[in-house]
Design a protein around this ligand. Structure first.
Ligand code: DGL
Length: 273
């Protein structure tokens, strides 16, 4: 193995999201790649990205990438569907020579493979749904698939508040999901990294006949594929806790991390974007 490749195998996987939602990607990557070092940045000072303009989202995407680049990652995983939908090219341009992968393409691929009746529902933030990026990505894979999208903006603060089993979440889920389920979909993409946190309520609301696609799991498989293909998998077989960075409220993040990841309350570093 060359010195450069050896250094790369030891470099971390850089993951970013607008807030805590990307922890669903951290969890999936830890499960798929238990010996990788992870550096995670959650832009908690500026969350949510979903209701913001494309110009702002693209600026944030460049800042988030620059933040991770300080830690010389071997790959950058965009754990934010909104950035994946509207600014993946910005991320790529901001880290020349580093492989970039995002949740959107991985989720679209898994959904296109899963549907049996060619009717897929996608739920996401306002920006993701308005961009129709999922529809385009799915139709590139199979033009016969019909895609029905619905923005579910309130799911983000409900997840950020940890309202996982709350009756308010159930009520809002019914309101958001009733129309899309009437379209006869057999597959539903959780097109926002916060939504897997509410997966149980979403699953109960849509019923057992609709297969849920978690784009977090999909991007974890893709990351493993990319690192394997490029010979950059970690050589040391030692698991370590992720290094967590946030742009605001590290203690709140630490508490939510414990809730979602079911582990000890971790150290979270406050950084300035
Ligand atoms: N994490 C974002 C996403 O996956 C949702 C939260 C936000 O609006 O920033 O799209």
């Amino acid at each position: 193995m060359s010195i450069i490749n050896c250094q790369l195998t030891q470099s971390p996987i850089g993951i970013f999201d607008s807030g805590i939602g990307g922890l669903t990607v951290v969890k999936a990557i830890q499960a798929a790649l238990p010996f990788e070092r992870i550096i995670y940045f959650g832009d908690t000072a500026r969350v949510p990205y979903g209701p913001k303009s494309q110009v702002t989202i693209r600026k944030y995407a460049a800042d988030d990438t620059a933040m991770l680049m300080r830690y010389q990652p071997k790959i950058i995983v965009v754990a934010c569907n909104t950035v994946s939908a509207l600014a993946l090219d910005v991320v790529e341009k901001s880290c020349p020579g580093i492989t970039v992968t995002g949740v959107l393409k991985a989720g679209a691929k898994l959904a296109a493979k899963a549907t049996r009746n060619n009717r897929i529902g996608v739920i996401g933030t306002q920006a993701t749904v308005s961009s129709n990026a999922y529809g385009r990505a799915i139709n590139e894979l199979n033009p016969d698939i019909e895609v029905f999208s619905r923005a579910c903006p309130l799911f983000v603060p409900l997840a950020e508040e940890g309202f996982i089993d709350h009756p308010a979440t159930k009520l809002i889920a019914e309101q958001y999901l009733s129309e899309i389920t009437k379209e006869g979909i057999d597959t539903l993409v959780l097109g926002c990294t916060h939504y897997p946190i509410l997966r149980k309520v979403i699953e109960e609301t849509v019923g057992p006949d609709i297969r849920i696609i978690d784009s977090a799991e999909a991007v974890a498989f893709r990351t493993r594929e990319l690192l394997t293909e490029s010979g950059m998998l970690a050589s040391a077989r030692k698991a370590s806790a992720p290094h967590l960075l946030v742009s605001d409220l590290p203690q709140k993040f630490s508490m939510l991390y414990q809730l979602f990841m079911g582990s000890e309350m971790p150290d979270v570093e406050l950084v300035e974007v």
